[in-house]
Design a protein around this ligand. Structure first.
Ligand SMILES: Cc1cc2nc3c(=O)[nH]c(=O)nc-3n(C[C@H](O)[C@H](O)[C@H](O)COP(=O)(O)OP(=O)(O)OC[C@H]3O[C@@H](n4cnc5c(N)ncnc54)[C@H](O)[C@@H]3O)c2cc1C
Length: 677
């Protein structure tokens, strides 16, 4: 392995000019030459589909891979609440600079200024692109695109399509991708799992895949490879991610020399349906958009909370004066729309104080009663001309407000309310929702430079698979923005710079020795998993890993716990390789085998996350080290010693990974204690 030098390649110059100047300085591939270059895109979520469609449109030959049966089943389809863009349609003071500022601050000053400003600039183009594709964003009565608010912002800049924004955006990107499939510029490989990246002569040359139906191991060669393989929240077993989301592609790249950035930065989302017991294998998000209208509260006293837990009292039995709207009380400026890390930590704090609700005591209320009445009143005033007129013609004003208000909620969040009711069997129009934080997103990922290239030349990482842009805490509605920015507007420019410096003949044939070796490694790993024939299922190992991660590397972390976790994970790994039972054979559709490979990688990743969390002796964003907090219990950063990106290098099977540090410099935003009060 050659010596790794971290060069972020952030362009010089004023923040607002960096991207424009950089685009001009990038080398171009002549339009007639583009057809001579092949690009592999792994992943068909928003980042992958956008990149593949854009690269094919430019003229490159693109091969696209996903493990699902259709590109449309990528996890992005689950995204609910919305996508940010600095359009300032509401005329409420938004700007590219404000989106940049909010994102750097929201990430607790652990993201690169240059990247974030580019993201904010490009955000406005994304909306235009998607509207042109026919994405049915919500519109106001007058026909203009509507906006709502998300956490960590005091403006309304979130574009949405009911609670199905990801689905609609993905259908847009998928239609662009399908067009390229039909004109022959994209070759699509579904049910194909990338199990290794081939690196030869210091450059990425292609990938090794397993056909998930036949078990066949295949080599695919290209001039460049883009990993758009999503996040790794499922390392915690229970998360809001799609069950198939995994780290394998990124992890295999890490083992081949790509550094892994900030692995311990995990986002725990405050509004999820609480865990009810051991039977669960998945958690469900209730979109952050609900905090536009829902008020978060717990009873003021432990006695009331206990009575609720024991089923002796209901939410409606607690009078207004005995409720603690703790986010509104502690953070009057942002109220229920504080960022996710802050909202999650406070919910945990309330439950730790014994004021949680639900049978388990691990839940807080998200209550829509006030919004229903307020919205209902608005409708009655405008439609019927006020209370008196309403009562003359329609009857009881109070129940009229409620039913009109419920209709407004239905229009805004209908599918989310329905989902909640189906899962909990409680009607959120009538009873407050019960919510609790759950693992949702991973800010960490493969380290990339400004061009989105990893430390392996020719290997790129886009979307949630990379570490960039969100620092230690991602603001709501910014992941879709980043995935689409990377795919539609960044990689299509930056990849040309790499390919222009490469002769088209440089592509290796898939029969090259390097591919054969990588294929054999994959086959050996597969056989090893099948041959152990132990007594514990893959899911049992995964659940155990998840418990360790949640307990010691979850919402709160400390040195003692992290050291314990390190040992527990190492023991779990040893046990996995001596006692896992993987049923079936390779030459068939075998989900136990698929999961085994993914869980094996999750176990290794878990260890790296714990190491990273141990190394970072400060609290920032989602990384809350209990030893480092302000007197009010907020995250206490140490900018003198930890204002860096932690980039970890794989050093061999049983060797400790090496930590490289990319210092973060802030020329535009002043580092302060984050305040949402
Ligand atoms: C429930 C939920 C709601 C959310 N809502 C929002 C929201 O409202 N706004 C917002 O901004 N963000 C939201 N997010 C976050 C956002 O959805 C994700 O961060 C984003 O969609 C990730 O997109 P992606 O393209 O990077 O990856 P993904 O959509 O996860 O796609 C990954 C792709 O990689 C493929 N893949 C992975 N590994 C392999 C492999 N080894 N071989 C082959 N293929 C592979 C998969 O098949 C898939 O096609 C939400 C997240 C969740 C969990």
């Amino acid at each position: 392995m050659t010596e790794i030098k971290l060069d972020s390649k952030i362009p010089e110059g004023p923040i607002g000019e960096k991207w424009t100047k950089h685009k001009f300085s990038l080398k171009l591939v002549n339009p007639a030459n583009k057809r001579k270059y092949d690009v592999i895109v792994v992943g068909t979520g928003l980042a992958g589909a956008a990149a593949a469609a854009s690269l094919a449109e430019l003229g490159y030959n693109v091969k696209v891979f996903c493990f699902q049966d259709s590109p449309r089943r990528a996890h992005s389809i689950a995204a609910q609440g919305g996508i940010n863009a600095a359009k300032n349609y509401r005329n409420d003071g938004d700007s590219v600079y404000r989106l940049f500022y909010d994102t750097v601050k929201g990430g607790d000053y652990r993201a690169r200024e240059g990247n974030v400003h580019r993201l904010a600039e490009v955000s406005v183009n994304i909306i235009d692109q998607c509207v042109a594709q026919g994405v049915p964003f919500a519109r106001e009565y007058g026909g203009l695109l509507d906006n709502r608010s998300f956490g960590g912002a005091q403006v309304s800049r979130t574009f949405y399509a009911k609670g199905q924004t990801g689905q609609q955006l993905l259908l847009g990107a998928y239609s662009a991708l399908s067009r390229q499939v039909s004109v022959g510029k994209v070759e699509m490989f579904t049910r194909s799992e990338m199990l290794d990246v081939v690196v030869e002569g210091g450059k990425a040359r292609g990938i090794i895949t397993r056909n998930l139906v036949t078990g066949e191991i295949e080599s695919h060669s290209a001039h460049a490879v883009l990993l758009c393989t999503g996040g790794y929240g499922n390392v915690f077993f229970l998360s809001t991610n799609a069950k198939g989301s995994n780290v394998t592609a990124a992890w295999r790249a890490y083992r081949k020399g790509a550094l892994f950035g900030n692995p311990c930065f995990t986002q725990i989302h405050p509004t999820c349906i609480p865990v009810t017991g051991e039977h669960q294998s998945k958690l469900t998000l209730m979109s952050e958009s609900l905090r536009n209208d829902g008020r978060v509260w717990v009873p003021k006293t432990q006695e009331d909370a206990k009575a609720i837990q024991q089923g002796k009292k209901k939410a409606s039995d607690i009078p207004e004066a005995d409720r603690d709207y703790f986010l509104e009380r502690k953070y009057p400026a942002f109220g229920n729309l504080v960022p996710r890390d802050v909202a999650s930590r406070n919910a945990k704090l309330m439950c730790d104080e014994g004021r949680g609700v639900a049978q388990t005591g691990l839940a807080v209320y998200l209550d829509f009663t006030d919004s229903i009445k307020r919205e209902g009143k608005k409708v009655i005033d405008s439609k019927y001309g006020g209370k008196d007129k309403y009562e003359t013609s329609m009857g009881d004003y109070e129940s009229g407000m409620v039913s009109e208000g419920q209709q407004v909620m239905e229009e805004k969040y209908g599918n989310l309310f329905e989902m909640y009711q189906k899962i909990t069997d409680e009607n959120p129009y009538k009873l407050p929702m019960k919510i609790y934080p759950a693992v949702h997103y991973t800010m960490g990922g493969l380290w990339v430079d400004y061009n989105l290239m990893t430390t392996i030349p020719g290997l790129y990482a886009l979307g949630e698979a990379n570490f960039s842009d969100h620092g230690a805490n991602r603001l709501g509605a910014s992941a879709l923005m980043q995935g689409l920015a990377d795919g539609y507007f960044v990689a299509p420019y930056t990849i040309g710079d790499y390919l222009a410096g490469m002769n088209a003949n440089e592509k290796l044939p898939a029969t090259h020795e390097a591919f054969k070796k990588a294929e054999n490694d994959v086959k050996e790993r597969t056989q090893k998993l099948l041959s152990i024939n132990g007594t514990k299922t893959v899911d049992e190992f995964h659940r155990e890993l998840g418990k360790i991660m949640w307990e010691y590397c979850g919402m709160a972390r400390n040195e003692v716990g992290l050291k314990k976790a390190l040992k527990l994970i190492q023991d779990l790994r040893a046990e996995f390789y001596s006692n896992v039972k993987v049923t079936g054979i390779n030459e068939e559709f075998n989900q136990a085998l698929e999961k085994a490979g993914r869980v094996a990688d999750f176990i290794e990743l878990g260890e790296l996350m714990v190491r990273d969390a141990l190394d970072r002796k400060e609290s920032c964003g989602g990384h809350f080290r209990e030893e480092y907090q302000t007197p009010e219990g907020e995250a206490l950063r140490d900018d003198n010693n930890y204002a860096y990106v932690a980039a970890w290098e794989f050093k061999g099977e049983n060797a400790e990974p090496a930590l490289h540090k990319e210092p973060l410099t802030f020329d535009n935003v002043k580092l302060t204690q984050r305040s949402y009060k």
